[in-house]
Every structure is written in C-alpha cells, then in structure tokens.
Design a protein around this ligand. Structure first.
Ligand SMILES: Cc1ncc(COP(=O)(O)O)c(C=O)c1O
Length: 460
C-alpha cells in the first residue's frame, strides 16, 4: 500500500474503487500494480507478490503470456471491431464458438457471447423468462439461487447473489428471485449428520420451496459447481445427484455458473464434469480469455436453442445482444487461450499440482485458528474461527481474516478474504509445485502473525 507514488495520488483523487472499503482505500492508499511475470505481479515500488487468486479467479495463464498479447495485436490490425447483430459475425468469433462447443460438456449446441460473468448470468435469466413465454407458461418465471451464491452484480444477478453486501441499500433482491440453502456441510450439517444425509435434507428443502411456490411458477435454478466468492464451498457428496432429478421433474432449467469453475479450475475442463451435471445453460467468463480480455458466453443446449429458433420465427428477431457481443479482439484472445489449454493440457496440469495445494491447505487444519480447510483442484479456502470445537466465529468487526490477508501480502502473496473470515486460494493454473509451496509458506507466516495478534488483543 502506498500513499506516495504518483499513481496512488491519482487513484486517491479520481478513482472510485469497485468492491472496496472506500474509507480504507482513502486512509491506507491503493496497492498499485504495474506489471506481471508468470504467477507474480509487481507494485509501483518494485515489490513482488505471488498472485494466489489469479487476480479475480481469472488469470489462469499468469500475467505474461505473450501469445495472448500477440493474438490481440494481430486481431486489432486485421479487424478491430465488428459485431454479430442482423446475421453478421467476425470470422474469429465463429471459430471461437465452434471451439467452445467442441470442448463443452455433451449437449451444448450454441454459444452466445457477452462481456462479463454478470452479463452472461443476466442473459441466462432473460433466456429462462423468454423460453417460458415461448412455451406458453407466462407464470413460470421465478429463479432459485442459493444463499452465499455469487452470480454477479447487475440488478438481476446481484439479486441472484446470496450475499448481503450485494443487496444492502441497493434495494435488492428484485421480485421473483428466491434463495435456497447453501450446501456447506461444515456450517450447515446437524450433529452426526452424514454428507449424504445433509445433501438429502437440502434437496428436500429445495423441493419443499418449489412445492410452496408452485412448480409452475419456477423457471430456473442457478448454481456454481463450487461456490467461489461465497467462500469456496465444495458441495457435499450426492448433493447435485439429488438436486438434478427434482429440477427435471418440475421442468426447471438448470443454469450452471461456470464463471470460476470453467476451464480446468476443479481438475476437469468444466465443473459440470467434476460433479456430473447436465445443465441446460452454462455460463463462462474469466478463464475463457485467461482474464486478458473481457468476454463471457452462454452455452445453451440444443433443446434451448430450438426454442429460441422457433420464437425468433414467431417474433421476427431474437431481441437480445450487446454492441460488444462477439467482439473480435476478446474472441481472438479467448481462441488463443483455448489453444494453449489444449497444447499444454491445462486439465492435467491442475490434476498434477492441485493435490499439492490441497494437501498444503489441509496441513493447516490442526491450527487452533482454522475451523475448516477445503477445496478441489486449484481452488481452496480456510475458514478462520475463534473456537475450533464450537466453530464459533470471531466478531466480524475484528477483521481477523482481513488481517491475515494483509499479513500474507506483507510476506509476498496476494490472497483474498471473504465474509465469514474465509481466506481463499485460486492461483493461476500454470502455478508450479514450488510456487504453491511459496504461496502456502506466505500464508503460514501470516497465520502465525494472526495468532499472535489474536492473543495479544485477547480475541481468542
Ligand atoms: C461464479 C461467478 N459468477 C459470476 C461472476 C460475475 O462475473 P463478472 O465480475 O465478470 O461480472 C463472478 C465473479 O467473480 C463469479 O465468480
């Protein structure tokens, strides 16, 4: 953090920070990042940090992949802009659509592009409404998401998001959005309840909600395969096996939000494969372009596409799209990203290095401050608690996990804290085993510092 450099002074005077504590930024100054190399980024005073969050879960190929810069430059020279309205399309966007559908889970038939994860999920909500109008079911419009889900921050997707900060004082959620239970076994299970029994109880609770609301009023269910910003929550065994038949029975569309899980993060190309999901719509963003350009997509099943086609016949147009849907420059970067994933076998890389990170995170499970250590592939988290046996949390105002993350940054690794004193790990997928060890060593030192602070302040 710096208050002295030119960039910091400019930032403090003119920039309004998204998703930040604005007072804290004013008081402590921003962390100004000026360049990147591999899994590291550098601040404006030359300090190096291992980026343990791949930025915002997205810089899968690290911060210096020259091929992506070249792909953007080549595309900028050849065709810097074109669109896909009225039947037109940049050639590169058509190639990207083919490649995406080629690697997508079975059943996906078409790709519709946008610019961000929020836009993709917003689009999925619109599709769910549109499809039910097309099918003559105008009452079937409610959307079910889950407590602690993160699906974005547009008016509709912030409503889906099941976290208070996305709602409070924004007059959200909007109507017709419901939240069912969060599948967090550590926090949600009753004494003695097995993972399977917990999953069954949550499935029953979902079915009760559907029955209460009326199955003919529920359009779609949204789920991240592994919940990210809600605290890296891996679903308990059999959870999705129990949820999916309920959705099918009541003709409720299943939207898998793969904005974090897509492209290798969980040890398969898609989280849908890791958890054997058969969604009707998949949303992707982030690692689609390794974070180098803003781009997202809705992958829709053949069945969904056929309904859109028929409705377009009826209305004369499929009336949705953005100026920058299918923009050729992000499309070129995404295409090159997918080529790199195939050439370097990114899924194998995650399967090779992921276990080291998971074992490393779990090696802290015995620490008095760690209630749970969890994760899969190259995504993980620890939950910091005041009392290990009762799972009692610290007073949120004490900011214990925030302190831990500040100390980790001091020791050279950028991690992220989330509501509930959770610290997340989601490094670039190209991270080596040695770099995983380095990231966890920074975390370990930060945990020691936090333990000292907690005892000095008498918090535990
Ligand atoms: C699972 C998930 N969905 C959607 C989003 C929203 O994406 P964006 O920030 O690109 O709008 C995010 C962002 O972190 C996310 O993690």
């Amino acid at each position: 953090m710096s208050l002295t450099t030119l960039a910091a002074r400019r930032d403090l005077s003119f920039h309004l920070h998204p998703a930040s504590n604005l007072r804290q930024v004013q008081d402590e100054g921003p962390l100004v990042i000026t360049r990147g190399e591999g899994v590291y980024v550098y601040d404006d005073e030359g300090r190096r940090y291992l980026e343990g969050m791949a930025g915002l879960w997205c810089a899968s190929l690290g911060f210096s992949e020259r091929r992506l810069a070249d792909a953007a430059y080549r595309q900028m020279c050849e065709l810097p802009f074109y669109h896909s309205f009225a039947g037109k399309v940049p050639a590169v966007s058509a190639e990207l659509a083919e490649r995406l559908i080629g690697i997508a889970p079975p059943g996906m038939a078409r790709a519709l592009f946008a610019n961000s994860g929020s836009e993709a999920n917003d689009t999925a909500i619109k599709l769910a409404w549109y499809i039910n109008n097309a099918l003559g079911r105008p009452q079937k419009k409610k959307i079910i998401a889950r407590q602690r889900a993160y699906h974005g921050v547009t008016i509709a997707t912030a409503s889906l998001t099941g976290l208070a900060f996305a709602h409070t004082d924004f007059d959200l959620p909007i109507a017709r959005i419901l939240h069912t239970d969060c599948p967090h076994y550590y926090r949600g299970a009753r004494a003695g309840e097995s993972e399977e029994a917990f999953a069954a109880r949550l499935a029953d609770s979902l079915e009760e909600m559907i029955a209460r609301e009326g199955p003919d009023t529920v359009a779609a269910f949204f789920a991240e395969p592994v919940m990210g910003a809600g605290g890296v929550i891996v679903p308990p065994a059999t959870y999705f096996d129990r949820i999916q038949p309920i959705l099918k029975k009541h003709e409720i569309l299943f939207v898998a939000d793969e904005v974090i899980c897509g492209f290798g993060r969980t040890g398969n190309m898609f989280g849908s494969q890791t958890f054997d999901l058969q969604p009707d719509i998949i949303t992707v963003a982030k690692a689609l372009s390794a974070g180098y350009q803003p781009i997202s997509a809705n992958l829709v099943s053949g069945k969904v596409y056929d309904i859109l086609l028929a409705q377009s016949d009826k209305l004369g147009i499929f009336g949705h799209g953005y100026t920058y849907s299918s923009h050729p420059v992000p499309a070129a970067v995404a295409l090159e990203t997918l080529k790199i994933y195939a050439e370097r076998n990114i899924v194998d890389a995650v399967r090779r290095v992921g276990p080291r990170m998971q074992a490393g995170i779990r090696s802290y499970a015995d620490h008095p401050l760690i209630g749970e250590a969890r994760g899969i592939g190259l995504i993980g988290a620890v939950e910091v608690v005041r009392n290990k046996s009762t799972k009692e949390s610290f007073d949120p105002k004490a900011g214990v996990a925030a302190y831990l993350v500040r100390r980790a940054q001091h020791h050279g690794a950028i991690l992220r804290n989330m509501p509930g004193d959770i610290v997340a790990f989601s490094p670039p997928l190209i991270i080596s085993e040695a770099e995983v060890d380095e990231m966890l060593a920074c975390f370990g030192k930060a945990l020691d510092d936090t333990w000292v602070m907690v005892r000095e302040k008498g918090l535990a």
